[in-house]
Design a protein around this ligand. Structure first.
Ligand SMILES: [Zn+2]
Length: 350
């Protein structure tokens, strides 16, 4: 991967998945929105870059691709993460109960890591490479995962839930086949990332099942993928917009899609068995937030289902636990400040 990136001549940053364990809790809060006017420099920056490439090309005689002179990775970063970190990451993935939750966890860690890299390196936009085929698979997968309300932000062209960093999906108009043909004819070198391995005797994830189903259908009915894709185009991103922190899902940052009544209906499916709880309860001042059940009200319907299968709290990434603690505590202080004035009123009345 690194060799390919070096050959392109574009600046690049390497990040190991292990670094996701060191993310700050702020990654689960939207950044400050950008100022109203769009950056004036965008078109100029692109023009400038093309000009610069052309000049360098002229100097080299016009034939060689842009050299690796631009910037080569981050020289300060160590080559490989510490083995202890890798072990910790493996433990996190092994604790997850189902293949579906494991896929969701991987996607979440990747998104947060990319977001953090963009924030620290000062990028305001991130382009991801989902093809039309990927988008169609994700649409149906997320529908099956109970994320129907957020389909538009999860698969649309623009994803602005993080506030300061925009995620755009410019490749979503091209099918995987078109991209494969382009790469073949123009000799674009490619790397194929292996999918997550499924444990033996474990059912395949919903992600894999939907992929198999859609690609199988596409063979006999070539309009399948484009039909699913175009249906997704008609969805509105409005249901995912959250106005305040208490209405925002801890993990996916979308608006909580659960109203009081619905919650009652859902409750039976969301009860947790926590055998370790008895031991924890003996020392009362222990953080009350450190139980899986305390996380549930902070999550949207889809994330609740995934969270249930993520294994014990102890193996969760530290930044998720830190942010959850902070939000539970701030909700508590809000509750207390609401209660205090009522107590003050009483002596006045009497
Ligand atoms: Zn969520």
């Amino acid at each position: 991967m690194e060799a390919l990136l070096q050959a392109t001549g574009f600046p690049f940053h390497l990040a190991h998945l292990e670094q996701a364990l060191e993310l700050p809790a702020s990654i689960l809060r939207p950044g400050p929105g950008r100022s109203g006017k769009p950056g004036p420099s965008y078109k100029e920056a692109v023009e400038g870059f093309i000009q610069q490439q052309r000049q360098e090309g002229d100097r080299d005689g016009g034939t060689s691709p842009p050299g690796p002179s631009t910037q080569v990775g981050d020289p300060a970063a160590p080559r490989l993460p510490a083995p202890a970190r890798t072990q910790e990451l493996l433990r996190l993935f092994e604790a997850v109960e189902t293949a579906t939750a494991r896929e969701e966890l991987l996607q979440m860690l990747r998104t947060h890591l990319i977001l953090q890299t963009a924030r620290t390196k000062g990028y305001a936009k991130v382009m991801t490479a989902e093809s039309c085929t990927r988008v169609a698979i994700k649409l149906l997968t997320n529908l099956a995962l109970g994320r129907g309300a957020f389909l538009a932000v999860d698969t649309g062209f623009v994803d602005d839930r993080h506030g300061d960093v925009l995620v755009v999906r410019p490749m979503r108009d091209y099918t995987a086949k078109e991209i494969a043909f382009y790469n073949h004819f123009f000799r674009v070198p490619t790397v194929i990332a292996p999918p997550l391995r499924t444990k033996r005797r474990e059912k395949p994830s919903i992600h894999r099942l939907i992929e198999r189903f859609l690609l199988g259908l596409q063979e006999d009915y070539p309009a399948t993928i484009s039909t699913v894709y175009r249906t997704g185009e008609k969805l509105s991103p409005a249901p995912a917009k959250a106005s305040s922190e208490s209405e925002r899902c801890l993990l996916c940052l979308c608006a909580l899609d659960i109203d009081g009544e619905e919650e009652l209906a859902l409750e039976p499916t969301l009860i947790m068995e926590e055998p370790e709880e008895n031991g924890c309860c003996q020392d009362p001042p222990a953080a009350p937030a450190e139980s899986k059940a305390a996380f549930i009200p902070l999550l949207c319907y889809g994330c609740r289902l995934t969270f249930k299968e993520l294994g014990p709290l102890a193996t969760l990434p530290p930044y998720v636990r830190a942010e959850a603690q902070r939000r539970i505590r701030s909700a508590e202080t809000e509750q207390q400040s609401l209660e205090v004035p009522q107590e003050d009123e009483e002596p006045g009345k009497s």
